[in-house]
Every structure is written in structure tokens, then in C-alpha cells.
Design a protein around this ligand. Structure first.
Ligand code: ADP
Ligand code: MG
Length: 240
């Protein structure tokens, strides 16, 4: 689904991603871990072209995306993204938040978008909140709306950038459960998170990044219980 070859990204003189090679297969769940500033968000942003790489290739479903030739809005529809801060439209209802992009960007008919939106809200456990405004929702509910909103574009890949980091601890579980359901349905996912329980349980593969490089990749069992690299060990003992 995703193939990244020798990806390099700079912000001015700052070399943020260094020769990254990274692959994600269909239906695979990859959890990206690493200290703050190691380049995880930049990596996700390069995968849906919110950031443009300086060199290397990012191939989505066999297609190398070229900013000059390709319509990035169309490419981005294939790659959904959920952020730490959900950024729902405050003046729109929950259902309108979910149907906005399909109607405006994809030109889906209103009736079809509403039907699909209601289905997605049920799926994330918010079928009864369709007509509420975001301000009436808890943080966990808002994040589940954000997930439904991303799914409304029918992406082939979902990227999550610390989706539970801004939530009160008691609301984290419901969002992780929604993500777990999605993984079990076969969605291809790349998840940046500090929730190591989720990584252990749901990830097919864990990727540890440090200072713009991938230091170690492996099955959660190997990374958490038997890391090969000293750096990985040091990081894990700092957070566990
Ligand atoms: P992480 O998500 O792992 O915390 P980031 O990808 O956000 O790391 O950041 C990696 C490095 O790039 C950091 O040093 C950060 O300060 C820098 N950085 C991120 N975004 C920008 C930007 N838009 N302009 C300049 N520097 C940036
Ligand atoms: Mg980040």
C-alpha cells in the first residue's frame, strides 16, 4: 500500500527525515514510536503530502506521487488522517462535520452522504449524537467524530498522529477501541502513539524512530520484550 524509498526531508538546514525506507502492506497496522522531535509527524505528513519531501520516493498503491502532475486532493482522499487535535467545525452538527468533505470535495449527493455519515457515526458508537454540536461532546467523542469524518472519504489508508494524547485518561480507551475495530476490519493503518498496550495488542509491526532515522522495526513482541538496539531499549525504559 505504501512504499517509501530513501525519503529525505529538511526544514531549512534541519535534516528531519534521513534516508527513510518504510513499507506498509495492505491491512497491516504499523505503530510508529519514538521521542518527541524524532520526525514521526513529519513522516506521516509526507505520506499524505501535507509536507513535500526533498528527495526519495513515496509510492501509494504502486503510484509515485508527483506534485506537479498529480491532483493532491485526489491522492489525499486515499489517505485519511486523524490528528491529536480534532479540529471539528464548531458551527456544524456532528453529522454535518462528517458529510462536509464528501459533499464539497467528492461531490457526493447529499442524500448519499447523509446515509453514509449516519452509518459511520453508528460504527464509531455515536449514532445518537448526529444532530448535536461538537461543544456538547467529550474529547473522546469528538475524536471518534474525527475518525468518522476521515472514513467518510473512503480512504484506503488511515494515518493517526497521537490521536489520544490530548484526551483525559478515562477517554483514551474508547478511541483506541474504535481504532482496534477499524484494524480488525482490515484497514491499513499507520499509528503514532505512546499507548504501548495498543501497540502490543493491535500492531503487526512496530517501527522505532530516533533523530530522523528508523532504528529498529519488528513484531511488537520482539521490540518490546527483546529490542536489539541499545537506543530502542533506552527509549522503552524511559517511557514504560
Ligand atoms: P515528532 O512528531 O516525532 O515529535 P516532528 O516530525 O514533529 O517530530 O518534528 C521533527 C523535527 O522537525 C523537530 O525538530 C521539529 O522541531 C522540526 N519541525 C517539524 N515541523 C517543522 C516545521 N514546519 N518547520 C520547521 N521545523 C519543523
Ligand atoms: Mg508529532
Amino acid at each position: 500500500m505504501i512504499r517509501v524509498d530513501k525519503l529525505n526531508k529538511y526544514f531549512g538546514d534541519l535534516h528531519v527525515l534521513k534516508d527513510i525506507d518504510f513499507n506498509v502492506k495492505e491491512s497491516e497496522v504499523v505503530v510508529l514510536i519514538g521521542a518527541s522531535g524524532s520526525g514521526k509527524s513529519t513522516m506521516l505528513r509526507c505520506l499524505n503530502f501535507l509536507e513535500w519531501r526533498n528527495s526519495g520516493e513515496v509510492i501509494i498503491r504502486g503510484k509515485d506521487v508527483n506534485p506537479k502532475k498529480d491532483n493532491l486532493n485526489v491522492v489525499r482522499q486515499k489517505v485519511g488522517m486523524v490528528f491529536q487535535h480534532f479540529n471539528l467545525f464548531p458551527h456544524k452538527t456532528v453529522l454535518e462535520n462528517v458529510t462536509e468533505a464528501p459533499i464539497q470535495v467528492k461531490r457526493t449527493s447529499k442524500a448519499e452522504a447523509l446515509k453514509e455519515g449516519e452509518k459511520l457515526l453508528k460504527k464509531v458508537g455515536l449514532g445518537d449524537k448526529a444532530n448535536d454540536y461538537p461543544s456538547r461532546l467529550s474529547g473522546g467523542q469528538k475524536q471518534r467524530v474525527a475518525i468518522a469524518r476521515a472514513l467518510a472519504m473512503k480512504p484506503e489508508i488511515m494515518l493517526f498522529d497521537e490521536p489520544t494524547s490530548a484526551l483525559d485518561p478515562e477517554l483514551v480507551g474508547e478511541v483506541l477501541q474504535t481504532m482496534k475495530d477499524l484494524a480488525q476490519e482490515g484497514m491499513t493503518m499507520v499509528v503514532v502513539t505512546h499507548e504501548m498496550g495498543f501497540a502490543r495488542e493491535v500492531a503487526d509491526r512496530v517501527v522505532y524512530m530516533h533523530d530522523g532515522k528508523i532504528v529498529e522495526t519488528g513484531h511488537p513482541h520482539d521490540i518490546f520484550d527483546n529490542p536489539k538496539e541499545d537506543r530502542t531499549q533506552a527509549f522503552l525504559s524511559s517511557i514504560l
